[in-house]
Design a binder for this molecule. Structure first.
Ligand code: GDP
Length: 620
């Protein structure tokens, strides 16, 4: 017989041991050896709907729930845990319903047998002024313009280079912030990162940031040691510095391809391109060009003459003129396509960047698109995304916080605590890393990983990396500029700044052990004096009060003060002014207060109203 699980509930269970379990009885009727039947549903689900799905009587389900301490009526919504447990008891297995997006994607899945090699998509990263833009331009000029008489290169956000042995696609917006901004929106487009390091300057702070952004995304790195034309170029020093970041050159026994180049003299450009093809070959990048296209928006703008112009990268399938696409929250028809040479084209296969005309509005970079074969599903999906967008406009994206660590891990949404550490000086940074490494977390279910550790204020790069990788930013003796703070808030990124190493390490330890208390801010709202008591029912004693200071609000927490002692704290179950339920009672007005949990209140007690709010961490 299947054993019923216990639904999570705050209400204590009232099951009598002698009573047979209703679910067990019902589930036992069909052959018990049979595998549980799968049901797809979304949560919360009402008792009525769950019963209908399982084809059991509502009364039986309610009886089961009551036996397990959940006092639910027919229209009561059940959360995922409770519904899953209940269904399990009735011998059903619950699978979350596929989203509309999944349904659409599943209509035409890519066929591995039809997949063919595709061009790698490459992003340039590195410290400012080390030559990312110059290299992108040098490659474009050498490989695009010269080949075609009169061919005008168009800046559409990405371009493609045709070589004897294959193609390479470059994203035109270099830098790790742009890279992680796309990732934060759920778009993983880059296959290879080219880390540009100037041979005269060597590894600089943003070089390290770039390395860590690429690593956090598990994207392979090819190093371009640039400015080799300069007399002070010292590629050996660059190689040596990079070994500290686990980038070891092949000729030093490592695995990282490093190519000396010069954007100025164009020395080494060809071998860089060759190496990119080589790396791509190792990655075995493939796509099925035969299915309806799906991919990502790289760039989008409003133009006067052509309306919204959207550069997309097709990632699977082939995009054709005349097709209907869902792009972000928009639905449109592909009216025309223009490639990076300014040519009008009729179709675009995998890894080909194209400008698409015909969308009703401008989507956002990072939005996914797909060609749809089922118009009805397409409209539904677009509507759903529109709703989500409206919700997002009012609510910030919710990312992980230290307080929620355990919950998120329990939900299976997170596997480890990822940290970005910033400190004022190298010495403190090392001390912190060492203390963290000494934390004995082996027995804990939560492990941590430092994605990036750097010296200096918390910057945009840290926030974007955190947003893209679900990491928490922890600072020691550092600042955060207002605009970075605004970005962190907008991205929903959790930032903690400490002034004492011991406290920093302690907080992380507590978080890992699941002992961290959320920070609560208490605000005094008002006070009332108990003048009379009324027995309203067997359980409840209403305190007839006079508000002597501030006000009493229905949503406040009440602290009962007797003499010098604080006796208890309780929520308000009922707030009345004469006979009416009210939300707030002002100073000088009489009211009746019923507290939750049958609290002991006496005449003469003071009832203090406090607002308790979980606060955003103090950022200094
Ligand atoms: P980015 O900030 O990484 O995009 O760097 P830029 O491409 O804007 O280059 C910064 C400066 O370095 C510019 O003045 C370039 O002319 C110069 N530069 C870039 N590549 C080279 C190179 O290979 N050799 C020399 N001598 N200068 C270069």
């Amino acid at each position: 017989k299947p054993k019923p699980g216990k639904p999570a509930s705050a209400v204590p269970t009232m099951q009598k041991p002698s009573e047979p379990d209703v679910a067990t009885e019902i589930a036992a009727a069909p052959a018990p050896a049979e595998a549980p039947k799968r049901l797809e549903m979304r949560f919360p689900i009402t008792v009525k709907d769950l019963a209908a799905k399982m084809d059991v009587k509502v009364a039986d389900l309610i009886k089961y729930l009551i036996q397990h301490g959940v006092f639910a009526s027919i229209m009561h919504p059940l959360n995922e845990a409770t519904a899953t447990d209940a269904a399990h008891a009735f011998h059903f297995e619950i699978a979350p319903q596929p989203t509309l997006e999944e349904q659409l994607l599943n209509l035409t899945p890519p066929d591995p047998a039809k997949a063919i090699p595709r061009a790698p998509i490459v992003t340039f990263m590195g410290h400012v002024d080390h030559g990312k833009t110059s290299l992108l331009d040098a490659i474009r000029q050498a490989k695009v313009a010269e080949k075609e008489a009169g061919g005008i290169t168009q800046h559409i956000g990405a371009y493609e280079v045709l070589l004897e042995k294959g193609r390479v696609t470059f994203l035109d917006t270099p830098g790790h912030e742009a890279f992680s901004a796309l990732r934060a929106r759920g778009a993983n487009v880059t296959d290879i990162v080219v880390l540009v390091v100037a041979a005269d300057d060597g590894v600089m702070p943003q070089t390290i940031e770039a390395i860590n952004h690429a690593k956090a995304a598990s994207v392979p790195i090819v190093v371009a040691v640039n400015k080799m034309d300069k007399p002070e170029a010292n590629p050996q020093k660059v190689k040596q510095q990079l070994t500290q970041y686990e980038l070891v050159a092949e000729d030093w026994g490592g695995k990282t391809i490093m190519v000396p180049v010069s954007a100025r003299s164009r020395e080494g450009i060809d071998s860089l391109l060759e190496m990119l093809l080589l790396e791509a070959e190792l990655l075995e990048l493939k796509a099925d060009p035969t299915i309806p296209a799906r991919g990502t928006v790289i760039e989008a703008k409003q133009t006067k003459d052509r309306g919204p112009v959207v550069t997309v990268l097709v990632q699977q399938g082939t995009l054709r003129i005349g097709e209907t696409v869902v792009m972000g929250h928009l639905v449109g028809r592909v009216r025309a396509m223009v490639d990076d040479r300014g040519h009008r084209i009729k179709e675009a296969g995998p890894a080909k960047p194209v400008e698409v005309l015909g969308l009703p509005e401008v989507p956002q970079a990072g939005d996914r698109f797909m060609v749809v074969t089922d118009e009805k599903l397409a409209r539904q999906l677009a509507e759903q995304r529109q709703e989500q967008r409206a919700q997002r406009a009012t609510a910030h994206p919710k990312r992980i916080t230290l307080e929620e660590l355990h919950q998120r891990i329990a939900e299976g949404k997170l596997k480890e605590l990822r940290l970005i550490l910033k400190a004022d000086v190298q010495g403190s940074l090392e001390a912190i890393v060492q203390s963290l490494q000494k934390l004995d977390t082996e027995k804990e279910e939560v492990q941590f990983r430092i994605l990036h550790a750097g010296v200096g204020d918390i910057n945009e790069s840290d926030v974007m990396l955190s947003a893209a990788s679900d990491a928490i930013i922890v600072g020691f003796h550092v600042g955060i500029e207002p605009k970075v703070q605004v970005l962190a808030a907008a991205e929903g990124v959790d930032v903690h700044i400490y002034q004492i190493i011991y406290e920093l390490v302690g907080a992380i330890k507590s978080a890992i052990e699941g002992l961290l208390e959320p920070t609560i801010e208490e605000t005094f709202i008002g006070r009332a004096e108990v003048r009379k008591l009324f027995q309203v029912s067997k359980s409840g004693m209403v305190a007839g009060c006079m508000v002597t200071k501030g006000s009493i609000r229905r949503d406040c927490v009440i602290r009962v003060i007797r003499g010098r002692d604080r006796l208890a704290q309780a929520k308000i179950a009922n707030l009345k002014r004469v006979k009416d339920d009210v939300r707030e009672v002002q100073e000088g007005v009489e009211c009746g207060i019923l507290l939750e949990g049958n609290m002991d209140v006496q005449v003469g007690d003071l009832l203090e109203a406090w607002e308790l709010k979980k606060v955003a961490r103090k950022l200094s």
